[in-house]
Design a protein around this ligand. Sequence first.
Ligand SMILES: Cc1cc2nc3c(=O)[nH]c(=O)nc-3n(C[C@H](O)[C@H](O)[C@H](O)COP(=O)(O)OP(=O)(O)OC[C@H]3O[C@@H](n4cnc5c(N)ncnc54)[C@H](O)[C@@H]3O)c2cc1C
Length: 372
Amino acid sequence: MEQCCQNNFKIAIVGLGPSGVYCAINILELFKKHNFNNFSLDLYDKGQILRTILPTGNGRCNITNALEDVRDFVKNYPRGEKFLYSIFYKHSNFDSIDFFKSIGVDTYVESDMRVFPVSQSAKDVRNKLLNKLNSFGHIRLINKKINSNLELKKYDKIVICCGSRDTKDLIESFSHTCVDFKKALCALKIENANNYPKGVSVKSLDGDFIFTNDGVSGPLIFKISSLNAYKNFPYEINIKLFQPNDLIELTKKFPKKTVLTLLSNFIPKSLAVVIVGKENKKAAEVSKEKLISYSELKLKILSCASSGEIVNAGGVSLDELDKNCRSKINPNLWFCGEIINVDGFCGGFNLQNCWSGAYVVANDVVSSIINK
Ligand SMILES: Cc1cc2nc3c(=O)[nH]c(=O)nc-3n(C[C@H](O)[C@H](O)[C@H](O)COP(=O)(O)OP(=O)(O)OC[C@H]3O[C@@H](n4cnc5c(N)ncnc54)[C@H](O)[C@@H]3O)c2cc1C
């Protein structure tokens, strides 16, 4: 590849979470591969580098998901499905797994396809990424908050990966549209929470959830919160607890047993008590409609709770980015990670957005310099 040696290209990456660090490593790797040294890379973060990876997966870091088909993979993004398609073709979940292996992070796949480091330690993942980053020259770590585009005027190429907390003003300073940020993966507060059995987990047909002090949490609830991120509160949800026909069949077999006893075959008794209320009749005395109604749990959602794996929907409008996450407004500007209007369900999908986006950006930044 032809090299351009007139300038010392000044590159800035702002935000050193998973996406910023993965992008930096890939830029450095590519320049090394091309034996290109005519650049400097300034890495900005207002806090501690990669601290945001530490709480991931409850400290175990759910690095990615092992779903094989990209078409299935992208379905796990309520926002960004189409946009991510070509990005995942350029750098898939398996490419990320290979990358992590190359830096000493071996992984394994759980039965639900979530991928974790064998060390079960987000701290280990952080340390291995930092070791890799520090193995290169040409970098300067700068502990500073960047508030607007004006502070980055001296750079030839700028990558913004600041995540989705308080980044609207920064996005808008670059004349980009910021789609409103909304909590997307969170526990939910419900009406009459005190009536429900706190701490009790339920395996429903829609997924697993648990009653908390003020509402509901767990994988199903995170998914519901994500799908309804832009819905106004309060709203109602219906959770399909079990197949109504299974209860109807059981009442035919055991007509003299109480409906509470029979319901307890499908859901925890403490929840069955709430659902049946005072009308604990013998099964034969309960109408078919009533039996069917017991199979669904209707909940009124009041707001997001503060617990859970919180990811924000919203961010840089995807209409203003090309397929390499390059700004359509400024050809020397890129965005990747949670700052763009992409968010996924639980299961490693949010970090995969970071890895793949960062890889694609790194390649585009480098080719914009080397192929100039
Ligand atoms: C508790 C929790 C658990 C999670 N677990 C998982 C999981 O197991 N698997 C998964 O796939 N996803 C998980 N996620 C989501 C995942 O962590 C995020 O999607 C991911 O961290 C986003 O990475 P990012 O680099 O884009 O942004 P961030 O991780 O938010 O990093 C942004 C960085 O930019 C810096 N920054 C921000 N603004 C500025 C500024 N103006 N100037 C300078 N620096 C700035 C910040 O200090 C930060 O270091 C979890 C999230 C949470 C909160």
